[in-house]
Design a protein around this ligand. Structure first.
Ligand code: GLA
Length: 389
């Protein structure tokens, strides 16, 4: 990917880029819809992401080429108010991020950029967070915002998505893309934004299987679920559902549906904390039980799974027979499932999926065995990031 971006930079802008940066996508092992409730999440950055070849300009213009959109271009000026341009969706993430960076550093320099990536879109693997964080890393690497630390970068990326793109996402995706640690998942406390790496057991693999049911955060019921959680917190007189115990919830007098939504969040927080412990101890059987409980809670209480995803989880769980775990991952309503399993079981799971799973449209699942990876940063000329070089 890096070589492709650098070659396209020369053909697009007439001379070489000075730096390339990358920012990974992510898969969440457990802790779903807890981030915007000030709770806990346990994602890892993956070895798929966005790569940007970049060169600083002497003026304040930004010129962008999106290789994966047939070389589509966008161009804007950092001295002008930035607005979303038409329906060119990829450029909204770039403009939204540039707007946030200018508010952090009003003298932000202009850049030329070529962008490419290999996070499947609409799969729930955070292709958009990876793009936003990569744009932030590009400005930083080219000498803008040198004092921006990875957590601030993630916060600006989240704000870009909230304000410019219009999706009320939490902080998980951007923070793990900015702060991921190779070989580890990251336990994030979404209240104070502290992160703790949790090393995955040596013999464990992280397998992602796409249900091929496409999801769209903005179009989905994401904002509606978020509002239900906020309503429950208001009713209970707390800042966030992080502060609620199961007992308090069961005696709260909340309407049944809102109580179920809140119960998912409260139980998921304790599962996530426990998962970080058992993973650190290398106890995949205990992790499997927590992932199964998480999936059941997303299906029954939070109601964000779809039948095809439930079938895929069941198939993988049955194949693993307690040796590893599986659950839906990401915002919900389609997308991917994640499994944490002993490496020696990967082939059996892959063949079970190939044999027995088809989406409602008859599509086979796409399976990725991924490497928990480091967060965003500059690439040297020797580096290669991701599978497509
Ligand atoms: C999306 C959002 C995240 C998080 C998850 C659900 O990925 O971007 O902030 O809320 O959904 O856990």
């Amino acid at each position: 990917m890096q070589k492709r971006a650098e070659a396209a930079f020369i053909s697009s802008f007439g001379s070489s880029s000075t730096t390339s940066v990358h920012a990974p996508g992510r898969v969440n092992l457990i802790g779903e819809h807890t981030d915007y409730n000030d709770g806990f999440v346990l994602p890892c950055a993956i070895d798929r992401g966005t790569v940007i070849a970049v060169r600083r300009r002497t003026d304040r213009r930004v010129r962008v080429v999106a290789l994966d959109y047939g070389g589509a271009r966008d161009e804007f000026d950092l001295t002008q108010p930035l607005t979303p341009e038409g329906a060119v969706h990829w450029s909204h993430y770039v403009r939204g991020m540039a707007e946030q960076l200018v508010s952090f550093d009003p003298s932000l320099p202009g850049l030329d950029m070529v962008i490419t990536g290999d996070v499947p879109q609409g799969a729930g693997l955070s292709s958009s967070a990876s793009l936003e964080v990569a744009v932030g890393a590009a400005f930083r690497a080219a000498g803008g915002t040198p004092n921006l630390d990875p957590t601030q970068l993630a916060l600006l990326a989240q704000r870009a998505e909230n304000e410019f793109v219009g999706c009320q996402c939490g902080i998980m995706d951007q923070l793990v893309s900015a702060r991921g640690v190779a070989g580890s998942a990251l336990l994030i406390d979404c209240r104070n934004l502290t992160t703790m790496p949790v090393a995955l057991p040596e013999d464990a693999a992280v397998l992602i299987a796409h249900s091929m049911v496409r999801r769209g955060l903005v179009d989905s019921h994401y904002n509606e679920r978020r509002e239900a959680c906020a309503a429950a917190a208001r009713h209970l007189g707390v800042n966030a559902l992080r502060d609620v115990t199961l007992d308090q919830l069961e005696t709260s007098g909340l309407p049944a549906l809102t109580r179920r939504r809140a119960r998912h969040v409260v139980t998921e927080n304790s599962r996530t904390l426990r998962a970080a412990e058992v993973l650190a101890q290398g106890d995949l059987a205990a992790m499997a039980a927590l992932m199964a409980a998480s999936h059941a809670s997303m299906r029954n209480d939070f109601e964000i799974t779809v039948p095809a995803v439930d079938r895929l989880v069941e198939l993988i769980t049955d194949t693993l027979a307690g040796e590893g775990g599986c659950r839906m991952t990401g915002g919900g309503f389609g997308g991917c499932v994640v499994a944490v399993l002993p490496r020696r079981r990967v082939a059996a799971v892959e063949s079970a999926i190939n044999l027995h799973y088809r989406s409602p449209e008859g599509l086979a699942s796409k399976v990725f065995v991924c490497q928990p990876s480091a967060g965003a940063g500059a690439l040297t000329s020797q580096d290669e990031f991701g599978a497509n070089t």
